[in-house]
Design a protein around this ligand. Structure first.
Ligand SMILES: NC(=O)c1ccc[n+]([C@@H]2O[C@H](COP(=O)([O-])OP(=O)(O)OC[C@H]3O[C@@H](n4cnc5c(N)ncnc54)[C@H](OP(=O)(O)O)[C@@H]3O)[C@@H](O)[C@H]2O)c1
Length: 271
């Protein structure tokens, strides 16, 4: 099975690519940090890829095709998280998050679809998040991008099913994958900012939850198992029981009550 994985240089993308390789799949791994490290990897290949740059996506596709032919699977893991108050995001930060997390997936999928159709079918895995289903304070831009992914995937699934293409949205909860290094705090981090105190408490809670989060290799193995099925499940919510409960409560509770529970949880100072 030939799998193209975007965002495979670190975090969940890297763990997923490793687990797919261990399951015997051939992985073409893409990321920006492969610029100087392009070349053969264990049962696959590493290629430079910037999902905000169409020329880079075209180059990736051309090279991946010449290496192994059309993909059986496209797995879009590339993503960025910028923490900050909704009010504080700059236009550049909003664009960066949407370009990477949403357009980056949509435009890779656009390139894979004709190849999969010509090949008689395929599988597409989009990376959403629990934040694709509910919002977390100070993750407004990220939450918006993941909600966009959810809506796009739903339409995509209906359109591509007649061509034998199945679509799965992966919705991870907190995982110990080290994404903290990619965060850029917005103006909210200034002590003079009106959100400053609440923001600090929320960031501490987010750090705590990620540090104590789920095992990323387990997520990679779940994706590998799903890919070995004839058709993908529509969604894979891979989260702790309390995060799954939050998703359920978000659906059931009045919006204001849910918001109060969430702000209390994130605003609670950690001991
Ligand atoms: N970690 C979690 O707890 C968690 C929870 C829910 C959802 N997720 C989702 O899982 C995915 C991976 O997240 P992570 O936390 O594991 O993040 P991470 O460790 O920061 O990894 C992000 C990956 O995306 C790549 N990337 C970023 N911008 C890119 C671009 N423009 N073009 C190509 N690749 C790009 C990075 O590679 P380069 O920098 O080398 O390009 C890296 O490989 C994301 O979609 C994220 O939203 C993660």
């Amino acid at each position: 099975m030939i799998v193209w994985v975007s965002g495979a240089s670190s975090g969940l993308g890297l763990h997923t690519a490793c687990q797919l390789t261990q399951a015997g799949m051939t992985v073409v791994a893409g990321a920006r940090s492969y610029r100087e490290k392009e070349g053969e990897a264990e049962n696959g290949y590493r290629l430079y890829l910037d999902v905000r740059d169409e020329a880079s996506m075209d180059r990736f596709v051309k090279q991946a095709l010449s290496l192994y032919g059309p993909p059986d699977v496209l797995c879009c893991c590339a993503g960025v998280l910028v923490l900050g108050a909704c009010e504080d995001y700059s236009a550049a930060e909003l664009r960066d998050v949407m370009e990477t997390n949403f357009y980056g997936q949509a435009l890779m999928i656009k390139r894979a679809l004709p190849l999969m159709r010509a090949n008689g079918g395929g599988k597409i895995v989009l990376f959403s998040s629990v934040n694709g289903l509910l919002a977390v304070p100070y993750q407004g831009a990220y939450t918006a991008s993941k909600h966009a992914v959810e809506g796009f995937a739903e339409a995509l699934r209906m359109e591509t099913s007649p061509f034998g293409i199945s679509v799965c949205v992966v919705e991870p909860g907190d995982h110990r994958s080290g994404s903290a290094k990619y965060r850029r705090h917005a103006a909210t981090d200034d002590p003079a900012n009106p959100y400053y105190e609440d923001y600090q408490k929320t960031v501490a809670r987010i750090d705590h939850d990620e540090t104590n989060g789920s095992d990323p290799d387990v997520l990679g193995r779940k994706i590998a198992r799903a890919l070995n099925r004839k058709r993908l499940p529509a969604r894979l919510l891979i989260a702790s029981p309390d995060q799954k409960l939050a998703v359920l409560l978000h659906r059931l509770l009045p919006k204001k009550l849910f918001a109060r529970i969430m702000t209390q949880y994130y605003g609670k100072r950690l001991k």
